[in-house]
Design a protein around this ligand. Structure first.
Ligand SMILES: [Zn+2]
Length: 216
């Protein structure tokens, strides 16, 4: 008797099941396609990049933190430098870490990078702006090179001048390689001025012709 049951089973599997499924989909379509099949897709885990300045390796990981051998350079553009007292008195720590990491990689290419000017107090920036006005003849012409203190990113700890005034080759290395560390040259008329305007590994925005773009 067993073979009879087996035969029924195969009959159901081979003939009845496809017919039933087909009928179901026909019915579903005739009802206006109201029955939808939900496909659940897991969102990809956010990844971070970690840098080892000693052996010059990078690590892209879905972990939330970098291993102790590696440094995390942040995963966002650096837009504000907030301190406990609300007073900025230094280069944004992540901007400095990005620069130091880039400098370690540059050294392996025989390039020496240094920060010629980073954080500036508001009064120092005001004095620099005033001097630029005297030299260039107007506030607008001056601001193409030195912004007034309330607009400049130096007193905010968000800008560094690299290898100024004499070492353009070093700055060019940073311009070409800085994006992986989240560092970008931002002004066409200042080869030395860099900011952390992207996340490490991002793409630097096109150069603004000069600093007037930040007068807002
Ligand atoms: Zn600058």
């Amino acid at each position: 008797m067993r073979w009879v049951h087996k035969e029924y089973f195969f009959f159901i599997l081979a003939v009845l099941l496809p017919v039933l499924c087909g009928s179901f989909f026909l019915l579903a379509n005739s009802l206006g396609g109201e029955i939808q099949i939900a496909v659940i897709v897991e969102p990809p885990k956010p990844r971070i990049t970690c840098f080892n300045a000693n052996d010059l390796t990078t690590l892209n990981t879905a972990d939330r933190t970098c291993p102790i051998t590696h440094t995390f350079l942040g995963d966002l553009p650096l837009t504000e430098s907030v301190t406990a007292q609300g007073v900025v008195a230094e280069i944004h720590p992540l901007l400095l870490t990005r620069f130091n990491t880039a400098a370690a990689f540059a050294k392996a290419d025989g390039i020496n990078l240094f920060i010629a000017s980073g954080f500036r107090t508001l009064s120092r920036q005001a004095a620099l702006f005033q001097r630029a006005v005297e030299i260039r003849g107007s506030e607008t012409e001056a601001a193409k090179w030195v912004l007034p203190p309330q607009f400049s990113h130096h007193p905010q700890g968000l800008a560094i001048d690299v290898n100024y005034p004499g070492d353009k080759i070093g700055a060019l290395w940073l311009e070409r390689n800085g994006a992986q560390f989240g560092l970008c040259r931002v002004y066409a008329n200042e080869w030395w001025h860099f900011e952390g305007v992207i996340a490490p590994g991002g793409r630097c925005p096109p150069l603004a012709s000069n600093a007037l773009v930040d007068l807002k």
